[in-house]
Structure formats: C-alpha cells, structure tokens
Design a protein around this ligand. Sequence first.
Ligand SMILES: C[S@@+](CC[C@H](N)C(=O)[O-])C[C@H]1O[C@@H](n2cnc3c(N)ncnc32)[C@H](O)[C@@H]1O
Length: 299
Amino acid sequence: MTQLPFPDMMTPHGLMPSDPVLTAPSRQVLKWIGNKHKVAAAIAASFPTDFRRYYEPFIGSAAVLGTLAPRDAVASDVLAPLVAIWQRVQADPQAVYAAYEARFQAFTTQDRKVVYRAILDRYNATGDPDDLLFVARTCYGGVIRFDRKGTMNTPCGVHAALPLKKFAEALAQWQPRLAGTRFVVGDFETQIDDAGPGDLVYCDPPYQDCGKNLYGAQTFSLQRLFAAIDRARGRGVRVALSLDGSKRSGDRLCNVLIPQGLFAQDREVKLGRSMLRRFQMAGQTLESEQVADRLLTTW
Ligand SMILES: C[S@@+](CC[C@H](N)C(=O)[O-])C[C@H]1O[C@@H](n2cnc3c(N)ncnc32)[C@H](O)[C@@H]1O
C-alpha cells in the first residue's frame, strides 16, 4: 500500500462558522444521489453565523457540513454503513484509502462488472462501509437504489472509478473539516429533537415521490419532519430545509404543501441538472431538466 502524506490532517481545527469565505471541498469523498455539492457554498452562506451547535440529520455525502466545517456539530443519517464511512474518514483516512485502493486495483485490472458485483453482494451481506463507498462511486448513474427488502441493486456504472491520487486528495481535504463533528446513526426526528436554543439545523431529506427506494428511505415522512421542525422552532432552534419544490417524478411535479407560518423565508437555489433524471433518461437530451432547489428557513 502507498503511504500517503495527509498534510495537517491530525490537527483538528474546524473553520469558525463566522469565517468570511465558505468554500466547498473541490473533491468529494463520497458520490451520493441528491448531493448538494454544487450549491453547498450558497446554502452555507445563507446560514446565520452566531449559532451554537450545528445539526445535519440527513447527512448523505455531507456537502453542506464539509463546506461549513463547524466547530461543534452532530451529523446523522438512518443508513448505518454511510455513517460508518464518515466515522472512518474522520478517525482513520489511511485505512479508508487502503480499502479503496484494494477495490480500485481489482476493478481496473479484472472484469469490472464481476468485481463490482462481488463488492455489491458483499455489501448487501455485511454492510461493510468500504464496500458501500466503492459501490457508490462506481454504480450506474451514482444512484443508490434499494429494493423492498433493503438490498442495494444498482448495476455497475460506465465511468472509471476515481483515480487513487484524487481520492487521496479528497480524504486530505475532508478530514480536517470533520474535526468538530460527531457522526451518529439515527432517524432525523431524534436528532432534531435533541437541538436546543441557539442551535442550527439543516435538513436535506430524500426527494418526495421521487423514488422511495432511494437510500432505503422508507422511514421518511415529510409531515413528520414538519412537526419536528415546528417543535424545534418553539425551543429557539433555527432550521433550514432544502426542498425540491420544482422537481419532477415521471410526469408529475413533486408539489408539497408547506404548513403556513412554519418558515419565514423561501429562497431559490440553482441546482443544475437532476442526477436522478439523468439516470431515467439514459442519454437523452436534458435541456428541459434544469431544476432549482428551495431553501426554506425559520429565520
Ligand atoms: C438527499 S440525501 C442527503 C444528501 C446530502 N445533503 C448530500 O449533500 O449528499 C437524503 C439522506 O437522508 C437519509 N435518510 C432517509 N430517511 C431518513 C430518516 N428517516 N432519518 C435520517 N436520514 C434519512 C438517506 O439515507 C440520505 O442519505
């Protein structure tokens, strides 16, 4: 295994939330459907700077957390192997690199579909976070899709896996940004209920009506989320919610009814093309598929 220099990785710093420039890492550790990497800086810039603890209860690939790099944060997700990926990136990036390298070598020197299938099968049998990371990086369209039994079933993608040097750069960029964060497995409701006065919560829930089989997200309900946000607001917590208000599911628009008075502001954040749509359309023209995210805030 190559021993990699990870400059200043062992020095936890965390940027101050009030730092004037919030820049997203240029490389991503994890490829995740519905990620906010392109708009993370815009979202983070709209946050107040005087919050106490930061909560992100739908962490996915952690785009906004990685941009904000908060000093004190709790990040969570219901998918345990995903949370384990982040715990490992934080605690032992060398081991994450070594695991990626082993899978990368097999994937690039042997029959890629056979190697992918073996890694996917092992992930489904054991929930190994290193397998999930590699599958997420190499699966078709980057779509993490599960069947009813919770088995991930996306086929092998057509693109090359991220080269080792770039993956090492991603780890080196991310590890210090996670220094102030505790990663936990759990349903969003428990985490939001944990936030107290002065805390900030950012929610990026699964797309409504747009594939309930994504991420194995069957336990999600927008009404339950609205209720949790309402309770948090009552305790003096500020909450921001990303909603895909203009996104399509097949030919239907995913419209959602937002409880009156829950949010103070509704902003539009440009998102670019929809990854999910790209998967469904398989190579057709995408000119009409520009989507905009909404960011609803309680302040
Ligand atoms: C749209 S993704 C978040 C993307 C993230 N903002 C990013 O930049 O990659 C939604 C996430 O919510 C998680 N999730 C689904 N149901 C959940 C629940 N009930 N509680 C907590 N997380 C859940 C999924 O596993 C998925 O990672």
